[in-house]
Ligand binder design. Structure first.
Ligand code: SF4
Ligand code: SF4
Ligand code: SF4
Length: 273
């Protein structure tokens, strides 16, 4: 009986807590849309894009200070600073593109077209691809002295295609990413996004991490819902630098086996012990 009440309570908790993240995400989507409609030219969304933190300093140094999109850089910097507290909250709670991918992933689940989970070892290896993209963007920007990330940026073209003609290869790529996101959750965030790659480097220093209480966990695997494909019951602490603090695994666990804890020697000791 107690177990049943606990389960029902946990389900209610899931029901009430998930909307919090959704409301926050929708809030930032509304701000983004408002900015695009009323303030920023859709072809200039670099001004509010955290990717600016990668390309702007290069362009400002090589070409002109006019290209230094200070607001985009500040957003990028704030996202990195926030990552020092919790793993990549910008990606899990703020980024409108991430919200779109969450929506597409949910749509794919509703349409029952979700692919089988990518195996853990393959998922981890494929994440290095985003670092390759990051290097290509940096080198490409230095050589071309132009903003080159726009050629593969879905959100840029979703905003700008109403004003600019989209290159055919970019159109195919963007369509491919959007459709694939219905099969593989956040595929772009996992394997391609350069800001995701950058923040994952800082995520290793996050003050808090997800801790799994192995004494409570009964390995039911209900928590294997991670949009970033992290196998959360792989270890005692979710070490992955690719966690986006979305909390999906936390709220899926009917045993309340997860908790956010400060990274301490105690956790390390229990992990190693
Ligand atoms: S990985 Fe990139 S696209 Fe995905 S949520 Fe983070 S910043 Fe946005
Ligand atoms: S849902 Fe909770 S109890 Fe089940 S495997 Fe995951 S952490 Fe363990
Ligand atoms: S589901 Fe859990 S491990 Fe995966 S990104 Fe969200 S909080 Fe991190």
């Amino acid at each position: 009986m107690n177990a049943l009440i606990h389960t029902q309570f946990s389900r209610l908790r899931i029901f009430f807590r998930r909307p919090v993240r959704s409301i926050v995400q929708l809030f930032f989507v509304a701000i983004f849309i408002g900015l695009i409609i009323f303030i920023i030219d859709p072809t200039e969304i670099h001004e509010i894009c955290p990717w600016a933190i990668v390309e702007s300093p290069i362009l400002a140094t090589l070409v002109s200070c006019n290209l230094f999109w200070i607001s985009g850089m500040i957003i990028g910097l704030v996202g990195i600073i926030a990552t020092l507290f919790y793993p990549r909250p910008f990606c899990g709670w703020v980024c409108p593109l991430g919200t779109l991918f969450d929506f597409l992933g949910d749509l794919g689940r509703k349409l029952r077209i979700v692919a089988k989970p990518v195996p853990h070892w393959l998922n981890e290896k494929m994440r290095y691809f985003s670092f390759g993209v990051l290097i290509i963007v940096v080198l490409g920007t230095i050589v071309s002295r132009r903003v080159i990330c726009i050629y593969g940026c879905p959100i840029y073209w979703l905003c700008a295609m109403w004003k600019l003609s989209i290159p055919i290869f970019t159109a195919i790529f963007v369509l491919f990413v959007l459709l694939l996101s219905m099969r593989v959750k956040r595929v772009f965030c996992r394997y391609i996004c350069i800001y995701g790659a950058l923040t994952s480097l800082f995520s290793a220093f996050a003050r808090k991490r997800l801790y799994l209480n192995l004494e409570v966990c009964d390995y039911c695997t209900l928590c294997r819902v991670c949009p970033m494909g992290i196998d959360v019951i792989y270890g005692l602490v979710v070490e992955s630098r690719h966690c986006i603090s979305c909390g999906e695994c936390v709220y899926s666990c009917v045993k309340s086996a997860f908790s956010w804890e400060k990274v301490t020697l105690e956790i390390d000791r229990r992990k190693n012990g």
